[in-house]
Design a protein around this ligand. Structure first.
Ligand code: SF4
Ligand code: SF4
Length: 193
């Protein structure tokens, strides 16, 4: 069954490897499955497909499975895999590319990865509004979207008491330029949210 599924993916998404290679700028075809990336990845245990397998799935055209995977959201962009790869594949860029593709395709991750995606989008929205992160706004947005209104309150209160959290947001100089960058990128991407 699995073999049939892989064959179907190769036929259906023959250009996927080319597309990911071009978008990420990485020679994904060079990967020979040594496994050094997975061996060094600190969060591989939480991924549905470890980094080595992600690259293999790109080579095999398994686009649907990858864009729905939790791996692309669990990846913490730490670059450990990239520094270990003997073929100089910057796997981190491949993960970025797959996240962008997932966003454009409307594929939504499930389980804990959904929480990561929500947090990711909330973070970008505070950067767009203020030119920097605004932690309280970030947590509020995330809690409203996830329906867990008091999530993180136990950590937030001690941080607030120690003056580590600002209740009100502050904008950086040049916040308008940052917002313009977001708008320009949005336009380049065809208005995809
Ligand atoms: S960049 Fe992502 S895939 Fe690579 S080692 Fe770090 S968490 Fe793992
Ligand atoms: S370290 Fe590089 S060559 Fe080895 S499996 Fe990972 S991507 Fe492939």
């Amino acid at each position: 069954m699995e073999l049939i599924k892989v064959n179907q993916s190769i036929e259906k998404n023959a250009d996927f490897i080319k597309e990911v290679g071009l978008e990420s700028g990485q020679p994904v075809q060079k990967c020979y499955q040594c496994g050094k990336c997975t061996a060094g990845c600190p969060v591989a245990f939480a991924m549905d497909y470890p980094p080595q397998q992600v690259i293999r799935m790109v080579q095999l055209g398994m686009k649907d499975e990858l864009l729905k995977s939790n791996t692309i959201w669990i990846c913490s962009t730490c670059h450990t895999c990239s520094t270990r790869c003997p073929c100089e594949v910057e796997i981190t860029h491949v993960m970025d590319t797959l996240r962008i593709m997932a966003g454009k395709s409307g594929a939504t991750p499930a389980g804990k990865a959904k929480y990561v995606e929500t947090m990711y989008n909330a973070l970008l929205s505070t950067v767009k509004s203020y030119g920097r992160t605004y932690e309280v706004g970030l947590v509020l947005q995330n809690n409203l979207k996830s329906g867990k209104l008091f999530n993180g309150a136990d950590m937030g209160m001690p941080m607030f008491q120690k003056g580590k959290l600002q209740l009100m947001p502050s904008k950086i100089q040049g916040a308008a330029e940052v917002a313009r960058i977001f708008d320009e990128v949005r336009k380049m991407e065809g208005g995809v949210k």
